[in-house]
Ligand binder design. Sequence first.
Ligand code: F6R
Length: 366
Amino acid sequence: EKGGYEHFMLKEIFEQPRSILDSMRGRLELVAGHLNMGGIRAYERKFMNAERIIIVACGTSWHAGLVAEYLLEDLARIPVEVEYASEFRYRNPVITERDIVIAISQSGETADTLAAIELAKSKGATIFGICNVVGSSIARATDAGAYTHAGPEIGVASTKAFTAQVTVLTILAMIVGHKRGTLSDTRLRELMVELGSIPAKVEKALLLNDEIEAIAQTFKDVPNFLYLGRGYNFPVALEGALKLKEISYIHAEGYPAAEMKHGPIALIDENMPVVVIATKDSSYEKVVSNIQEVKARKGRIIAVVTEGDDVIPQMAEFVIEVPATSEVLVPLVSVVPLQLLSYHIAVLRGCNVDQPRNLAKSVTVE
Ligand code: F6R
């Protein structure tokens, strides 16, 4: 049932071209030139007039929520707050019937996310769900929603569910942005075409597997890792660090690259591997400076760059080249090598990657 793969996690990482495509199916209609999302149709007005959106989720789903914050603010110009469900529900948050709450959950059974939904519902907010498991508690508790079509995810560490969530949230942001007039016809069209090419780009990123395994060999025994990214790659840095810590038990932290100088830079010395996600986008030049800062302190740089980058390879110890895409879609591609890196490090350390210690696939306790 692992389809020839050694672990479910690896199988699921490799399924992503397909699961991303499945999550677009019926929604991205390139030939007809439009986007559909059944779940929001009845709430179009609500989204058009939304003054803010609150996203609630936990763990990896919370990281997908952070990507959605960038997307919805960027494309639809709606202010977004991304909340850990567990904090939101216990802190007397301000919620009104004008709010739209988006709950993101792979399992649809996460207790804290479910409780956050119930709280927001009791205040009259409209609840929109993004779930993978059909008929799950969260899917049933929401007013409307859109399923991710990642298929069953068995590995405890979430991989294909994350990219499926980001895919659905991207389409949502594009639809809402277009309806609100903040995303022009031309830009919408460009993004649609680019989104359609993502499965092939993810496929290409998966060809890096052997190269990444060799990098994993170099770093498998280190005690710490730092992950840095800016803009759309900041949530990817967080996700890369989470993947590593949960399956390899190596301590890892994700940071927005510019925050480094406010503290974490003190950690950098010749023993500290620093994964920098440095694709060619609007923060590229700034990330290059951040790499210089790490290098000046002898940190060991592993950089995820856009194919053809000829600057960073001269600075980094290891370079992982991913296909170029639009800045707003980059997490779908840049997260893939980080999933593979944590997978290989964990395997080389002899860890049980599909069932890491102390973790459960769905967290039904508070
Ligand atoms: C990380 C991971 C967890 C889940 C979190 C939320 O790899 O799997 O952090 O993302 O427990 O779970 P769902 O999405 O099922 O609500």
